[in-house]
Design a protein around this ligand. Structure first.
Ligand code: NAD
Ligand code: LMR
Length: 328
C-alpha cells in the first residue's frame, strides 16, 4: 500500500510522470494536484487498467486533501526554462511554489517522503528543508532533490561514445548538484569500466553538465526536458518505493548530508567541505536514506577538481534557498 501525490500533475513532466506511476503496481493511491487542468488528466489516467485509485485535486483549496494520507510527494510544479535562461532564473517563481507545497505536506503528512523536481533544485531543496524545520518535522532522511536525470543522461551519453555499453545497466555516480558545473559525473567510478580518452571524458562531462540546455534549445521556447524527466522521476520514485519495501536500492540524490553524517565524511573530504546539501549515492530504505554509499575508490584528479568547482557554486545556491525560506 503506497500512496503517492504528484504536485504539478497537469504539467509537461506531471502528466507522463503520473502515467508512469499509474503503471507502477506498488502504487495503490495516486493523488494528482495542480492549479489547472488536473481533473481531465486524472480522469484520463484513471482509465488505465491497473488497480490503483486515481484522485484529482484542483487549486489551493484542495491542496491539504491532496497531501493527506500520502507516503510520497513528488513535486514537478513550477515554471520551466526557455532558451537563454539559467535554472536560477526560475527561482523567483518556483521558490514560493515549493514553499507553499511543502508547508502543506508538513501540516498534513509530516512523515511523507518528499522528492523535489522543481528547479533550481540546488535551492528548492534547501527551501523545503527550512520549511520542514520551521514546522518541527524535518527528517533529513526523507527529503530528496531528484537528480536522476543526470544519472540517466550519463549512462546514455556514454553509450553514444561506446556502442558496446548497455545504457540501461551502466551506472555512473553523479555528485554535487543539479545545474551546469555543479553536476559532477564520476565516470572513472562507473559500475563497469569505460575506456575513454582524456578529451572524451572532458566532452562527456560537459555534455552531462549541460544536457538540460540541449533539450531547452531543441524545444525552442516550448520548455525543458519533460519525457526523459518523467522517466527519471518515475525511476527515482520506484527505487524509493522498493527501498521502503525492503530492497537494497542505490540512487544518487541531492540530500541534506545530515541524513548520514558518518557516510558524508568521504564526500566532505573530497571537496563538499561543510556544505549542508550535496548529491551523493544513497541507499534507500523504509526510513528513506539508510546510508550514503561510499564511492568505493578515489575519483580522478579531473573529477576532484570538478567537485571543488561545484561546491563553490552550490554554497551560493543553498544560501539563496535558506535565506528565502527564512525571509532573510
Ligand atoms: P510545466 O510548465 O509544463 O508544468 C508545470 C506545472 O506546474 C503546470 O501544470 C502548472 O500548472 C503547475 N503549477 C504551477 N504552479 C503551481 C502551484 N502553485 N501548485 C501546483 N502546481 C503548480 O513545466 P515542466 O516542464 O513540467 O517543469 C516543471 C519543473 O521541473 C520546472 O521547474 C523545471 O525546471 C523542472 N525540471 C527539473 C528537472 C530535474 O532534473 N530535477 C528536469 C526537468 C525539469
Ligand atoms: C534538466 O536538466 O533537463 C532540467 O533541469 C531542466 C532544465 O532546465 O534544463
Amino acid at each position: 500500500m503506497v500512496s503517492v501525490a504528484v504536485l504539478g500533475a497537469a504539467g509537461g513532466i506531471g502528466q507522463p510522470l503520473s502515467l508512469l506511476l499509474k503503471l507502477n503496481t506498488s502504487v495503490t493511491k495516486l493523488h494528482l494536484y495542480d492549479i489547472v487542468n488536473v481533473p481531465g488528466v486524472a480522469a484520463d489516467i484513471s482509465h488505465v487498467a491497473t488497480n490503483s485509485e486515481v484522485k484529482s485535486f484542483l487549486g489551493p483549496k484542495q491542496l491539504a486533501d491532496a497531501v493527506t494520507g500520502i507516503d510520497l510527494a513528488v513535486i514537478p510544479a513550477g515554471v520551466p526554462r526557455k532558451p537563454g535562461m539559467t535554472r536560477d532564473d526560475l527561482f523567483k517563481i518556483n521558490a514560493g511554489i515549493v514553499k507553499t507545497l511543502v508547508e502543506a505536506i508538513a501540516e498534513n503528512s509530516p512523515r511523507a517522503f518528499i522528492a523535489v523536481i522543481s528547479n533550481p533544485v540546488n535551492s528548492t531543496v534547501p527551501i523545503a528543508a527550512e520549511v520542514l524545520k520551521a514546522k518541527g518535522v524535518f527528517d533529513p532522511r526523507r527529503l530528496f532533490g531528484v537528480t536522476t536525470l543526470d544519472v540517466v543522461r550519463a549512462s546514455r551519453f556514454v553509450r553514444d561514445l561506446r556502442s558496446n555499453v548497455d545504457a540501461a545497466s551502466l551506472r555512473v555516480p553523479v555528485v554535487g548538484g543539479h545545474s551546469g558545473t555543479t553536476i559532477v559525473p564520476l565516470v572513472s567510478l562507473a559500475s563497469s569500466p569505460v575506456e575513454l580518452s582524456e578529451s572524451e571524458i572532458k566532452e562527456l562531462t560537459n555534455r552531462i553538465q549541460f544536457g538540460g540546455d540541449e533539450v531547452v534549445k531543441a524545444k525552442d521556447g516550448a520548455g525543458s526536458a519533460t519525457l526523459s524527466m518523467a522517466y527519471a522521476g518515475a525511476r527515482f520514485a520506484d527505487s524509493l518505493i522498493r527501498g521502503i519495501k525492503g530492497e537494497s536500492v542505490v540512487e544518487p540524490s541531492f540530500i541534506a548530508l545530515a541524513a548520514d553524517p558518518a557516510g558524508a565524511e568521504e564526500i566532505r573530504k573530497l571537496g563538499a567541505g561543510d556544505l549542508e546539501f550535496f548529491a551523493v549515492p544513497v541507499e534507500l530504505s523504509d526510513k528513506g536514506v539508510s546510508r550514503i554509499v561510499s564511492l568505493g575508490a578515489e575519483p580522478s584528479a579531473f573529477e576532484r577538481e570538478a567537485i571543488a568547482v561545484a561546491a563553490e557554486a552550490l554554497s551560493a545556491n543553498i544560501t539563496t534557498g535558506v535565506n528565502f525560506a527564512k525571509g532573510a
